[in-house]
Design a protein around this ligand. Sequence first.
Ligand SMILES: Nc1nc2c([nH]c(=O)n2[C@H]2C[C@H](O)[C@@H](COP(=O)(O)OP(=O)(O)OP(=O)(O)O)O2)c(=O)[nH]1
Length: 173
Amino acid sequence: MFEDDPVEELPAATLCHLVAGAAGDEQPAGDDETLLIHKKRGVGSGQWVGPGGKVEDGETPRECVVREVREEVGIDVLDPEKAGEFVYRSDDWDALVHVFRATEYAGTPEETEEADPRWFPVDDLPFAEMWATDREWLPVVLDGGTFRGRFVYEDGEPREVTVETGVTFPGER
Ligand SMILES: Nc1nc2c([nH]c(=O)n2[C@H]2C[C@H](O)[C@@H](COP(=O)(O)OP(=O)(O)OP(=O)(O)O)O2)c(=O)[nH]1
């Protein structure tokens, strides 16, 4: 899928999708829920997204996602697992985005300068206020699956949407 795209030259970024059930004291009650943030600044501000951000020099994507979740909502994710990756291209920002799924965390999500966190039922997500193409892959990730994708936006609209599910990430957990 990335054959004609020099993805290794793109800046790397991450997203974390935390899925929690009714188990454990600090987990929300009821069926599975997932933590989204209402992003206050940066790429995608004003939308509901998974916490995450840009990978810094010398950092692995897994280290980045742990740091970004701590910075944005004040919790530690304990078991981030690679669940997907996609190329994102637009008029003003290109990236290779590594998507992680996690089920274990320590702490309580709190609002920060960057983000307002909220739990959503996994089957009732605010897609109208999310990136248009997230609906193509987020249900797969929340259901325990994997994907690879390529999304090209022009004038804020998706022009190219390609998703392959059931992929593997050799060398990743
Ligand atoms: N949900 C979703 N997130 C996306 C898409 N494309 C895309 O780049 N992102 C995410 C990946 C990163 O988490 C985020 C870009 O990084 P950021 O602006 O949050 O970076 P940062 O926290 O390091 O912030 P900053 O210091 O530059 O302000 O946008 C997309 O199509 N869907």
